[in-house]
Design a protein around this ligand. Sequence first.
Ligand SMILES: Cc1ncc(COP(=O)(O)O)c(C=O)c1O
Length: 412
Amino acid sequence: MSVSGDHFNSVFANVVQAPEDPILGVTVAYNKDPSPDKLNLGVGAYRTEEGKPLVLNVVRKAEQLLVNDPSRVKEYLPITGLADFNKLSAKLIFGADSVAIQENRVATVQCLSGTGSLRVGGEFLARHYHERTIYIPQPTWGNHPKVFTLAGLSVKTYRYYNPNTRGLDFEGLLEDLGNAPIGAIVLLHACAHNPTGVDPTSDQWEHIRLLMRSKGLLPFFDSAYQGFASGSLDADALSVRMFVADGAECLAAQSYAKNMGLYGERVGALSIVCKTAEEATRVESQLKLVIRPMYSNPPIHGASIVATVLKDRDMYDEWTVELKAMADRIISMRKQLFDALQARGTPGDWSHILKQIGMFTFTGLNADQVAYMRKEYHIYMTSDGRISMAGLSSRTVPHLADAIHAAISNVA
Ligand SMILES: Cc1ncc(COP(=O)(O)O)c(C=O)c1O
């Protein structure tokens, strides 16, 4: 056999081309489009009114402090990450007055953003929890089924969204969770459900909590948008805190990608709330065994930024103001898009644009309408009709409204 030139038989000759990721693939297609009018509403990343990525002032300040501190070195972090970061992250999600924290019943480990936190939590459960089925909402963030399947869990869905009302399918949700096996794990979006933008009310959360506790279902919260939904860090953690307050177990995966704009720094935390401090210690020891062979220990820079901001009162306050400004801009985009569709007399009820919460609007546009808008208007979004409101600006709203109007009018 020849090993050179045209006759070289590659050992990878049988590797087939994999499809693009359905969400990140939207950006790939967008980047290839030469149109000056193109608009990327696919990926969930905040943009300014000028359409630019934003680094928060308080993050710049924290980075400056870190750079100017000669005592800082680049040693490995422990397997569990930066201790300060972990403590402050637990406080952020569970509340400063959390009894679980006071009783040392929470095991928190720094992970690679929200995705890494979900994966580590999933792997821990697959090894140590008696029921290996996780129920995820239908629909949900596209990565959830892949993360949990690869972690070793069996993934099932529960009804979440009613396309007719464009709201929560509360009866379907209760029925499906009611029929889940005793002890099953249930993935819950803490706030700003992705992709629907539909969250349970606090009464509905209480109902869900009672049902889950009565059946011993284990809550696994995915908190990727704390502060982004309402502009308040406390309000957006309400669901998690309701569950923790009853004294039973739960898991929470936190991401600082959106709320601190640290997307590429990959900063997040997994917390497991246990019944006793002694149990939490054992749980943490097992989390280390999950992490060590996966990536050994987490990166230091992003977690140091977060810890610097969270532990300084003034910087923390500054963060909350910047976070609120991002949330408010998104809310104002909802109003502007709704008004623009009203002004065009676009057929249909578009009030869900105002009612939905967080970064995304689940427009109700079908895959053909989405394809039409891409072809005719160079507007990019996921094929389920989800648009990132954070990618819109006052300048681009009319273009989007024209496109939606045309898609609704011309494509069934
Ligand atoms: C619901 C949900 N969970 C988790 C993530 C994970 O994001 P990251 O890994 O960037 O923190 C995202 C990001 O889009 C998300 O929408």
